[in-house]
Write a protein that binds this ligand. Structure first.
Ligand code: URP
Ligand code: ZN
Ligand code: ZN
Length: 467
């Protein structure tokens, strides 16, 4: 029997808080109450003065992903170990088939890679191409493999972008199978036009990335994706919302009853597009991701959308590359591998800017970092809550402790951090993942292969219990 008693903390969930001890036994939360006794052999974590919360769920990661002529720097071990060090205990990563590759075949490859994960993981499927075979295999993905969310790209012309007609067919298939449709919403045609224009004007630096992806492209594509989902009547999840126009379109749709869930990333709440004007290529290219960081005024609009519930989940879109990998685009911004890290930093940044900044409560923090993702992706009630019977995915955060985020001290497998030098207050001291104490005040005890796959039930379908 394996027991951990977390003693003397304030338990926070999305619904409220209480002073209580929490006992984890054999991977589950076994007891919650005041003055719980530790048995012989029970490990005790002193949580005095600390907040005890559900472990983070990051619903948007890309580990080990082959992309733009290279491979993401974090694999399923290094990425999930870094996640644990930052208080995240579950991820949902994207399987990315090649063009015309069977999605089931791609899933087998991802399953093999993910075998070394140290925290629990689920998968979304990228709809990298469309055709009868893809559509047919979606049934097995949903019913046999528990993949119940499919991402469609309105951007990346000549690559992942699908025409609207195929997206509509794909949305209809999602509806039929009870799956959630996800979108990367940027207008790929306009971006291709603006990229060509920037290159023709001699702009090859990372600045061209931002100039060719203005927020209007995201606003338009978000509205179009919502319209398609509304007509098809399929629930929609908009990933990585960065623009005020997109948040407005989502709020408007939600207001008239359209089923739209939307995610933002900590970076979009705090980093602005001035990073692309930085003279150091490594710095500017290190921030190249899609959508790009936006002019500062978008941040207030996004915080407002977080506060009013328009944006209800946060992910990281963790897709990190080293400086050397970003050099692939030294002479052409279109070749800079798109993506930034952050799987280790999300909770710290959101606590610091959100809770300490007076923008969100600790309860909203839990909703944004775990509970709403668990609900949106059918991991609830197993994940995202502190209740007897739930998985013992628990973190202890000390609101008084500080730490400086830096590439030099991070576990993420890269030499760059978009948060370089930021001092945060509120530090994850302990991470317990399904009852295993993976992070103990600076001591990372991750083990490759202890993470378990999280198959999910179809959207709206009955929860079928533990697997
Ligand atoms: O730039 C990004 N976001 N890279 C990862 C792929 C995606 O679009 O989510
Ligand atoms: Zn994307
Ligand atoms: Zn992504």
């Amino acid at each position: 029997m394996n027991e951990i008693l977390i003693r003397g903390g304030t338990l926070v969930t999305a619904d409220g808080r209480q002073r209580a001890d929490l006992l984890c036994r054999d991977g589950l939360i076994a007891e919650i109450g005041e003055g719980l006794d530790a048995g012989a052999g029970t490990e005790v974590i002193d949580a005095g003065g600390c907040f005890v919360m559900p472990g983070g769920i990051d619903p948007h990661t890309h580990l080990q992903l082959p992309m733009m002529g290279t491979v993401v720097a974090d694999d399923f071990y290094t990425g999930t170990a870094a996640a644990a060090a930052g208080g995240t205990t579950a991820i949902i990563d994207f399987v990315g088939p090649e063009r015309d590759q069977s999605p089931l075949e791609a899933l087998a490859i991802w399953q093999d890679w993910a075998d070394k994960a140290t925290i629990d993981y689920g998968f979304h499927m990228t709809v990298a191409w469309w055709g009868a075979r893809f559509s047919e295999e979606m049934e097995a993905l949903v019913r046999q493999h528990g993949i119940t969310s499919f991402k469609f790209f309105l951007a990346y012309k000549g690559g992942l972008m699908l025409p609207d007609a195929e997206i509509i067919e794909g949305f209809m298939r999602c509806r039929e199978l009870g799956a959630l449709a996800q979108v990367h919403a940027e207008n790929g045609e306009l971006i291709a036009h603006l990229q060509a224009k920037a290159i023709a004007a001699g702009i090859t630096s990372p600045l061209g990335h931002a100039l060719s992806r203005p927020s209007i492209c995201e606003g338009e594509a978000t509205g179009r994706a919502i319209a398609m989902a509304e007509i098809v009547d399929v629930p929609l999840y908009v990933v990585h919302v960065s623009a005020a126009q997109a948040a407005d379109a989502i709020r408007h749709a939600q207001g008239r009853g359209v089923k739209v869930i939307a995610e933002t990333l900590p970076g979009f709440l705090a980093i602005d597009d001035s990073v692309y004007r930085h003279p150091d290529f490594d710095f500017a290219a290190g921030h190249v991701m899609s959508p790009p960081y936006r002019p500062r005024e978008h941040q207030a609009a996004l915080w407002q959308a977080v506060q009013d519930g328009t944006l209800s989940t946060t992910g990281t879109d963790h897709c990190c590359f080293t400086k050397a990998q970003k050099q692939l685009g030294e002479h052409d911004f279109r070749k800079i591998p798109n993506g930034c890290g952050g799987i280790e930093d999300r909770l710290h940044v959101l606590w610091h800017l959100g809770v300490n900044g007076g923008r969100i409560t600790p309860e909203q923090f839990v909703a944004l970092t775990s509970a709403n993702a668990a609900k949106s992706f059918n991991l609830w009630p197993r994940k995202g809550r502190l209740e007897v019977g739930a998985d013992a995915d628990v973190i202890v955060l000390d609101p008084a402790r500080t730490k400086t985020l830096s590439a030099a001290s991070q576990y993420q497998n890269t030499d760059f951090s978009v948060w370089e030098g930021m001092q945060v207050q509120g530090v994850v001291m302990h991470t317990v993942s399904r009852g295993a104490h993976l992070w103990a005040d600076g001591d990372l005890r991750s083990e490759p292969g202890r993470g378990r796959y999280l198959p999910r039930t179809p959207f709206g379908g009955p929860y079928q219990g533990r697997v």
